[in-house]
Design a protein around this ligand. Structure first.
Ligand code: DER
Length: 223
């Protein structure tokens, strides 16, 4: 059962949390299990603070009594626990199906340790089966979509209720599929060179470890 695997992967990662830590809270259904587990530990007396990678995760943490800091006032985080859409055995990941990858990447960059939690369906031999989400300023939508075409065969504006999906940052997302070349570092560099892009879901070197649960068995991968 995937939810059971998400939960045990999340609980394995939350066991790394120590008193006094500032913890980065990821976004998505797997991260929600980690926030639940952290909330239980806080209610049992664990003294930590947290920063959230989305308004949804912030609301969940607040409702569970987890002390939240405004990330805008924070320069470094001890441990971030977050999900992924895909992750390979070299700990390269694609994130952003939940639309939070801009804040997730900033919090990951500020973290001494970034741990991915996932059920077995996310583990792949090589990333690229899922879309690479690219966050754009709405002003640049057509320009960026055209600039991405040499990199991906399919570039689609993410929609919600027949309108463009809007991120917590007020931006839009282009979901990019079928890369036209196999070298992710080159693709990442080309994406980052396009004006109007403010984030993307390629996490090629941010992940330090991963807890992946498959049919009740948790594997830990370390960089
Ligand atoms: O949007 C994100 O980056 C999420 O972390 C996503 O990659 C994982 O979401 P899930 O745990 O709901 O599959």
């Amino acid at each position: 059962m995937t939810d059971d695997d998400k939960r045990i992967a999340a609980e394995a990662a939350v066991s790394e949390v120590q008193p006094g830590m500032l913890v980065g809270l990821g976004t998505g259904t797997t991260a929600a299990f980690a926030i639940q587990a952290l909330g239980r530990r806080v209610r049992e007396g664990l003294r930590i603070e947290a920063v959230a990678t989305s308004l949804a995760s912030e609301r969940q943490a607040h409702d569970l009594g987890i002390p939240i800091r405004d990330f805008a006032t924070v320069a470094s985080v001890d441990l971030t626990i977050d999900g992924a859409d895909e992750i390979d055995d070299d700990l390269r990941a694609i994130k952003g199906a939940g639309g939070a990858m801009l804040r997730e990447k900033v919090v990951a960059a500020a973290s001494a340790r970034m741990v991915v939690i996932a059920d077995g369906s996310k583990r792949v031999a090589a990333i690229g089966g899922r879309a690479v989400p690219v966050e754009i300023v709405p002003f640049a939508a057509a320009f960026v979509a055209q600039a991405l075409e040499p990199l991906f065969a399919s570039v689609t504006l993410r929609a919600a209720d027949e309108r463009p999906y809007v991120t917590d940052n007020g931006n839009h997302i282009l979901d990019c599929r079928s890369p036209r070349q196999p070298l992710w570092p080159q693709i990442e560099a080309a994406i980052q060179a396009i004006s109007g892009i403010c984030g993307h879901g390629l996490f090629l070197h941010q992940v330090d470890a991963a807890y992946i649960a498959d049919r009740g068995v948790v594997s830990r991968l370390e960089r």
